[in-house]
Design a protein around this ligand. Structure first.
Ligand code: THU
Length: 162
C-alpha cells in the first residue's frame, strides 16, 4: 500500500479591492445578477458570470421550482447558456456570488458537486483552465486557478472511450 497526496491551494484576498481590475469587475457583475435569481423557496440567490475568450460575458442565476429537485444552480445555468450561445468559445474565468436573504452573505461559497462535475466538462472540452473567483456581497475572495482542482479523482469522458 502507498498513499497518494492531493494538494489543493487557492488564493485568498481580504476584499474585492485587492483583486486585479478585470476580476473585480466580474465579481461585481456576479453580485449584481443575484437579483435575477428565481429563488422563492430558499431565498438564497446565486449569480454566476463567465468571461469568455472572445470577450463576451455570459451570466446565470439559480432557478428554483415548486417541484424542488428540478431547480438549477446558477453555475449550470451559466454553463448551459455559454455553451448554447457561444459553443466553440472557451470560458476563461467565472465569478460566483450570492445573496442569502435570510442570513449572511459575507464569505465565499463554492460550487456544489454537480456544478463541479459540469465545470470540469467544459474545462476538459477546451483543454484550457477555467479560473474561478468566489466571493459574497462583501468580505474575503477566493481564486482557484483551475476548475478540476475542486474535483479530484473525477469521472471524465476518458472512462467512456469516446
Ligand atoms: N445553488 C447554486 O445556485 N449554486 C451553488 O453552488 C449552490 C447552491 C442554489 C441552489 C438552490 O436554488 C439554492 O442555491 C439553495 O441551495
Amino acid at each position: 500500500m502507498k498513499k497518494e497526496d492531493y494538494k489543493f491551494s487557492f488564493e485568498v484576498y481580504d476584499a474585492i479591492d485587492e483583486l486585479a481590475e478585470a476580476d473585480a469587475v466580474l465579481l461585481r457583475q456576479a453580485r449584481e445578477v443575484t437579483q435575477f435569481a428565481h429563488a422563492p423557496y430558499s431565498h438564497f440567490r446565486v449569480g454566476a458570470v463567465a468571461a469568455l475568450e472572445n470577450g463576451q460575458i455570459v451570466t446565470g442565476t439559480n432557478q428554483e421550482n415548486a417541484s424542488f429537485p428540478i431547480g438549477l444552480c446558477a453555475e449550470r445555468v451559466m454553463l448551459a447558456s455559454s455553451s448554447s450561445l457561444f459553443p466553440g468559445i472557451p470560458i476563461k474565468t467565472i465569478a460566483i456570488s450570492y445573496n442569502n436573504e435570510k442570513g449572511d452573505s459575507s464569505h465565499p461559497i463554492s460550487p456544489c458537486g454537480l456544478c463541479r462535475q459540469s465545470l470540469l466538462e467544459y474545462e476538459a472540452k477546451f483543454k484550457e483552465p477555467i479560473r474561478i473567483i468566489l466571493g459574497g456581497l462583501q468580505g474575503k475572495v477566493y481564486i482557484i486557478e483551475k476548475a478540476d482542482m475542486l474535483l479530484p479523482l473525477s469521472f471524465t469522458a476518458n472512462e467512456l472511450n469516446v
